[in-house]
Ligand binder design. Structure first.
Ligand SMILES: Nc1ncnc2c1ncn2[C@@H]1O[C@H](COP(=O)(O)OP(=O)(O)OP(=O)(O)O)[C@@H](O)[C@H]1O
Length: 638
């Protein structure tokens, strides 16, 4: 904008022309051009010329002079008018006529005629010239007219341009003024902008400062508020403290008294703890003495009730004579080989009738579990023919009420462990599950098909303890852990049974629990093994369809019976190693252990002979009284 204005300012200002009469351009003021002949002759001149020619004129010389008036007029003619071509001067030959006598009229007439003739020709020339001049005049007139028109148009254009120029100039002036004003305003605005910028930046600084101050203020107010609250709380606390300090002083007195009382109680508690320990010891010893008196091999008989599906089956007579004796009786049909009555009485450490619950059974067995906790090796096994209730007795059914000896033993161990821990014992429990099938050991905690080779090996050179190589042994922290492991082992056993047609009935299943206890204070420690065995069905070869398995079972069961008999008769050599089962149970069957056998029987007529066999075997075992069991307890140095 400024650039444009600058450019405009360079245009020279034109004088402002007002259309007054005086100021009008000369073009307008010019007088009309007088109509003249081409050489500037007026009509009067032409008349003069004709008259003069009619008069005899005596001329001293060729007359070239134009009439003065005509010359004068020519001089005033505007210079701008197109130059009119000069009229050729009529060249007049001055002929000096001979003097004619005044009387010679004829001569004079002839002379006049001559003159007339000359004049006429002259006139004709002039006339031609007049026409010529008239033509050129007309041309000039036209040209003048067009020039005038052109001039008028130009004039008009000029006027228009001038007006426009004047308008533009006025506008330009205005714009210049506006520009100057704008410039001034701009400068002032710039100054104001700079000022405003400065003010803005200073305002920003101030705002930031204000914000900081505000946040500081907020912080301070918060602090003030919290301080106020704290002060209030402190005041309350101080009041409270004052009260407490009064109470504290009282309490201090009470505390001193209490300390004295506690010291007194402590010494009494120590005495009591010692008494309790002694009592525990005595109780344990008494319990074990009772067990010793009862015998370290104890045998119980459990009679299984018929299941709903078996209610129609014929039963033989089974009379429970007292808490420890039963009588079985079968009346043989008259046409059978053995006619007559077959009656047999048996005595054991206890009899569990078909009405005895799992709890009843465990109540008797629990003393054995307690012995394991006291540091004795214990072996509990269920013996009997297939389907007599061995697995039910050892493992049980669904639900806690149906729990058998194994889960109940574990629950008891963990309950007692808490008490033992309170008494200063640190106890760890490990469990493993195995199966002996056809004299081969299978790890029931290993679900892989390819089982490793498991061998029974000595723990030490004394040969008092054994272990099974490559057998998984799980640390058990609580009874849930144990139940989980037991279910896992049961599933593995069932899978093997499905693959190997009723294998579970034909294999011995052993749950091994290893208890390790340490009493740091007393420097006592012991380990004990609790073997819970579900033996294979004890069918005789005659009734069994599967001879191979039966042979193995019967061999291991007869080896078990041999071991028990050797123990009974105090033999120097006990044939533990003759079967995997006796070898494995060696630490729990020897002199340093307690054994409990549950002989399971059922009352079906068809099972009479097998029942008799089982009861006879159990009687043999029951008659066996091994030497007094020894605790595994030892002392250790810290
Ligand atoms: N005391 C009992 N009360 C109720 N049901 C019982 C009892 N004893 C056993 N049973 C039931 O009898 C059936 C056979 O028992 P179980 O499987 O324990 O016999 P088993 O001797 O272990 O047989 P196997 O040698 O084939 O393993 C099972 O259904 C079991 O639940």
């Amino acid at each position: 904008m400024r650039l444009r204005l600058d450019k405009m300012s360079r245009i020279p200002k034109l004088p402002v022309m007002t259309a007054t009469k005086e100021n009008k351009p000369n073009l307008l003021n010019r007088r009309p051009i007088p109509r003249t002949l081409g050489n500037g002759l007026s009509d009067a001149d032409k008349k003069d010329l004709i008259i003069n020619h009619t008069k005899p004129v005596v001329r001293s010389g060729p007359s070239t002079a134009m009439p003065a008036q005509r010359l004068k007029r020519s001089a005033t003619a505007p210079s701008s008018v197109t130059v009119v071509p000069k009229v050729n001067k009529v060249e007049k030959k001055v002929v000096v006529a001979p003097k004619i006598a005044p009387y010679d009229y004829k001569a004079r007439f002839n002379d006049l005629l001559g003159k007339h003739k000359n004049m006429k020709s002259e006139f004709e020339d002039l006339k031609e010239k007049h026409i010529e001049v008239s033509d050129s005049y007309e041309k000039i007139k036209d040209s003048v007219q067009s020039t005038v028109n052109e001039r008028d148009r130009l004039k008009e254009n000029l006027l228009k341009t001038l007006t426009e120029l004047r308008e533009k100039s006025t506008e330009f002036d205005k714009l210049t003024v506006d520009l100057n004003i704008q410039k001034i305003e701009n400068e002032s605005l710039q100054r104001k902008t700079v000022l405003l910028d400065e003010i803005t930046s200073s305002l920003k600084l101030k705002t930031a400062e204000l914000d900081k101050l505000q946040s500081d203020y907020n912080d301070l107010s918060r602090q003030h508020k919290s301080l106020k609250e704290e002060t209030e709380a402190l005041r309350v606390l101080t009041d409270h403290l004052r009260k407490i300090s009064i109470e504290f002083e009282k309490l201090q007195l009470d505390y001193k008294e209490a300390q004295q009382t506690i010291a007194q109680y402590k010494s009494e508690a120590d005495i009591l703890r010692n008494i309790l320990d002694a009592m525990h010891k005595e109780q344990r010893e008494l319990r074990n003495t009772i067990q010793d008196l009862k015998g370290n091999i104890r045998v119980y008989c459990r009679i299984r009730p018929p299941l709903e599906s078996e209610l129609g089956k014929p039963l033989f007579n089974l009379n429970v004579l007292d808490a420890c004796s039963i009588e079985v009786e079968k009346i043989e049909l008259l046409n059978s080989a053995r006619k007559g009555k077959s009656q047999h009485a048996f005595s054991f450490d206890g009899i569990f009738t078909p009405h005895s619950s799992q709890e009843d059974v465990f109540a008797e067995v629990s003393t054995m579990v307690q012995s394991a906790l006291d540091g004795y090796n214990v072996c509990i096994f269920a013996y009997g023919q297939t389907g007599s209730g061995k697995t039910y007795t050892m493992e049980g059914g669904c639900g806690t009420e149906q729990y058998g000896i194994i889960p109940r033993a574990f629950n008891m161990i963990f309950t007692c462990m808490d008490e033992l821990k309170r008494m200063g014992w640190d106890i760890t429990v490990k469990a493993s599950f195995l199966e002996i099938y056809n004299e081969v050991i299978y790890d029931l905690l290993n679900s892989s098909k390819d089982q490793e080779n498991h061998e029974i090996k000595m723990v030490n050179s004394k040969g008092s303890d054994v272990y099974v190589s490559n057998l998984k042994e799980e640390n058990v922290k609580n009874s849930h852990d144990f139940i989980r492991l037991m279910i896992f082992a049961q599933r593995n056993r069932q899978t093997a049974a499905t693959l190997n047609n009723e294998r579970s009935s034909r294999s011995h299943s052993v749950a091994q629990i290893k208890i390790s206890a340490t009493h740091e204070k007393r420097k006592e420690k012991y380990t004990s093994n609790l073997n819970l065995v579900d033996l294979a069905g004890s069918e005789s070869g005659k009734t069994s369809q599967r001879m191979d398995e039966t042979k193995h079972i019967n061999r291991s069961l007869s080896e078990l019976s041999k071991v028990i008999l050797s123990l009974q008769t105090n033999q120097s050599h006990i044939p533990y190693r003759n079967s995997k089962l006796t070898h494995l149970l060696m630490p729990s069957l020897g002199g340093n252990s307690k054994t409990l056998m549950l002989v399971n029987v059922n009352q079906f007529d068809e099972c009479f002979s097998e029942t008799l066999n089982s009861l006879r075997f159990a009687t043999k075992v029951n008659n066996c009284r091994v030497v007094k069991a020894k605790k595994n307890i030892t002392m250790f140095d810290s």
